[in-house]
Design a protein around this ligand. Structure first.
Ligand code: ATP
Ligand code: MG
Length: 226
């Protein structure tokens, strides 16, 4: 493993079985992400982008192969250690924000911290993160009272509030209009730069993919540079 690798995938394989049929989604994926590197991941629908992102996020397990994050092998962790590790090291943003409807923006953004920090401190840090994403005027709004772009900015604040080393995003702009999507990309890039954040961004949008430092594509179950 190279010295400053944040994430390494070695020969990752994953298949699904549906009604007796086997779908070989990942057929031996190798990848190294260096500290501060910004990657786009493209590939046609059903090619395995979300499957790969979920494996990197430790939300799904590969059938075989090895995943290392900051030199650690999460497959060796107990469930509770894995949850704590994921919470601290990995920020995840999905296409749909998954914010809790009953909670305000600042409460939603504070959730990952609440597990380990006192409530007051969690809310203060969440408010600072919301300020960074341009939402200091929306702290007490509930998700239904926010626009799509604002909701996604809360989701980004929530992903970053624990100061993870890795930010994984699965089509975070997929549900937004082009202008709002561009604004979200610019925001992510500026935060990634100021924090030396290692970032993987799954997108169908080639214009957005071109904004990242490096482009990779998944095709026939393997990953290659664009
Ligand atoms: N839990 C599952 N059970 C069975 N098959 C699955 C499961 N999850 C994904 N698949 C199949 O694996 C393949 C890859 O799915 P995946 O969601 O990773 O694709 P994707 O590249 O993210 O597609 P999209 O661009 O449409 O989001 C698809 O053929 C899908 O039907
Ligand atoms: Mg997907």
């Amino acid at each position: 493993m190279s010295e400053n690798a944040i994430l390494t995938l070695e020969n990752i394989k994953k298949s699904y079985f549906v009604e007796g049929h086997r779908i070989d989604v990942l057929r031996g994926v190798n990848l190294t992400m260096k500290a501060g590197e910004r990657l786009s991941l493209t590939g046609k629908s059903g090619s395995g982008k979300s499957t790969l992102l979920n494996i990197m996020a430790t939300l799904e397990k590969p059938d075989s192969g090895r995943l290392l994050i900051k030199g650690e092998d999460p497959a060796k962790f107990s469930d509770s250690r894995l949850s704590a590790f994921r919470n601290r090291e990995i920020g995840i943003v999905f296409q749909f924000h998954h914010l809790l409807p009953e909670f305000t923006a600042v409460e939603n953004a504070a959730i990952p911290l609440m597990l380990t920090c006192p409530k007051k401190e969690s809310l203060e840090k969440a408010a600072t993160m919301l300020e960074r994403v341009g939402l200091s005027h929306r702290l007490n709004h509930k998700p239904a009272e926010l626009s799509g772009g604002e909701q996604q900015r809360v989701a980004i604040a929530r992903a970053l509030v624990t100061e993870p080393s890795l930010l994984l995003m699965d089509e975070p702009t997929g549900n937004l209009d082009n202008e709002t999507g561009k604004m979200i990309i610019a925001l992510i890039l500026s935060i990634a730069e100021e924090r030396n954040l290692t970032t993987l961004f799954v997108t169908h949008n080639r214009e957005f993919a071109a904004e990242m430092g490096r482009g990779i594509e998944i095709n026939e179950g393997v990953v290659g540079d664009l």
